[in-house]
Design a protein around this ligand. Structure first.
Ligand SMILES: C[C@@](CO)(OP(=O)(O)O)[C@H](O)COP(=O)(O)OP(=O)(O)OC[C@H]1O[C@@H](n2ccc(N)nc2=O)[C@H](O)[C@@H]1O
Ligand SMILES: Nc1ncnc2c1ncn2[C@@H]1O[C@H](COP(=O)(O)OP(=O)(O)O)[C@@H](O)[C@H]1O
Length: 291
């Protein structure tokens, strides 16, 4: 049997998302504490000469044309930078909701870069790989290591990996896709302008669970109001999560519409998952640990 490599592409959760300004090229400058789930999509690479992608799984259709998939884009970006890069056939099992604020496509792209790095003996901190990540999408660099850390700039500046306590979390998507650009556009932040919503809380490694929750409460998701106008169901999801017994914090991730709730124990997450999944069988409801 031919050799193959497999990796997971976890969901990216913006525990905070502060929009702090806008660059001349229209991209928004952010400050965001990002964490990752334990589960997500699954990507396999069978190394070979030609680049191919087969997409399956429950959300494969909504991910769109495989030729435009971010897995292919990332592989081409790396091949443009690494002479003689061995490519191959990717198989993606897509389970994360698409256009959901949890960076599924970015995480798939980052997983593709990790797999190509393994197949070609490249280090994950090889500057060519990081450059390929940046060229693929703003959220791809943080998804390469897929560990909790601060992200700033448009996503290209990464703080040190943070040793956060694993956060019992429930992630809920009401299955209403919401693309990123219209939400940023709706915020109407002028180019060159700065926002004045307040500073980001300081969060370091080895912070206790309670101190982390207190710090996160001082932070925000600045895209929440705009996203809630474009997809009013977000308000309902947030209200349901906030009312779940034991919920310590409920917030939207990224540009939405996925929202998450943090709890101090997995039993409370399990109970909330059961209740919400039963009441809303059409929603995507996932219990996980974030860090
Ligand atoms: C908002 C965030 C927060 O983590 O997440 P999602 O909601 O997409 O998951 C990200 O910044 C999304 O990153 P990503 O989805 O990779 O963005 P890209 O594909 O590079 O850009 C999509 C579009 O979003 C806008 N964009 C993106 C990132 C950024 N910092 N400023 C922007 O204004 C641009 O209009 C761009 O055309
Ligand atoms: N592997 C992929 N998974 C999901 N979406 C993808 C993928 N590749 C390309 N896309 C496209 O990228 C866009 C954003 O998808 P996604 O990464 O799921 O958004 P978000 O970061 O908001 O969760 C969608 O329009 C989708 O068609």
């Amino acid at each position: 049997m031919s050799q193959h490599f497999t990796d997971r592409a976890p969901a990216k959760i913006n525990l905070t998302l502060h929009v702090v300004g806008r660059r001349a090229d229209g991209y928004h400058e952010l400050e965001s504490l990002v964490a990752f789930s334990r589960s997500g999509d699954r990507l396999t690479l069978t190394p070979g000469e030609s680049l191919r992608l087969q997409v399956g799984g429950p959300t494969a259709t909504s991910a769109g044309d495989p030729e435009k998939n971010l897995v292919i884009k990332a592989a081409r970006q790396l091949a443009d930078r690494v002479e003689g890069l061995r490519l191959g056939a990717f198989t993606l099992v897509k389970t994360l909701p698409v256009a959901a604020g949890i960076g599924g496509g970015s995480s798939d792209a980052a997983a593709a870069l990790r797999l190509l790095a393994r197949a070609n003996n490249l280090a994950l901190d090889d500057p060519r790989l990081l450059e390929a990540a940046r060229a693929t999408g703003a959220d791809v660099p943080v998804c390469v290591a897929a560990r909790a850390r601060m992200m700033s700039g448009i996503g290209e500046k990464l703080g040190p990996v943070l040793d956060l306590p694993p956060l019992p979390a429930l992630i809920v998507n009401p299955r209403q896709p919401l693309e990123t650009k219209p939400v940023f556009d709706f915020m109407k932040i002028p180019v060159g302008g700065e926002t004045h919503f307040g500073p980001h809380p300081q969060i370091g490694s080895n912070i206790s669970f309670d101190a982390l929750i207190a710090a996160l409460r001082k932070g925000r998701n600045d895209m929440e109001d705009a996203a809630s106008v474009l997809a009013p169901i977000i308000g309902k999801v947030l209200a349901i999560l906030a009312a779940a017994p034991g919920c310590k914090l409920a917030r939207m991730s990224g540009s939405g519409a996925t929202c998450f709730a943090l709890f101090d124990n997995c039993r409370a997450v399990g109970k909330a998952r059961k209740a919400i999944a039963e009441a809303h069988p059409d929603w995507w409801v996932k219990a996980t640990l974030l860090n």
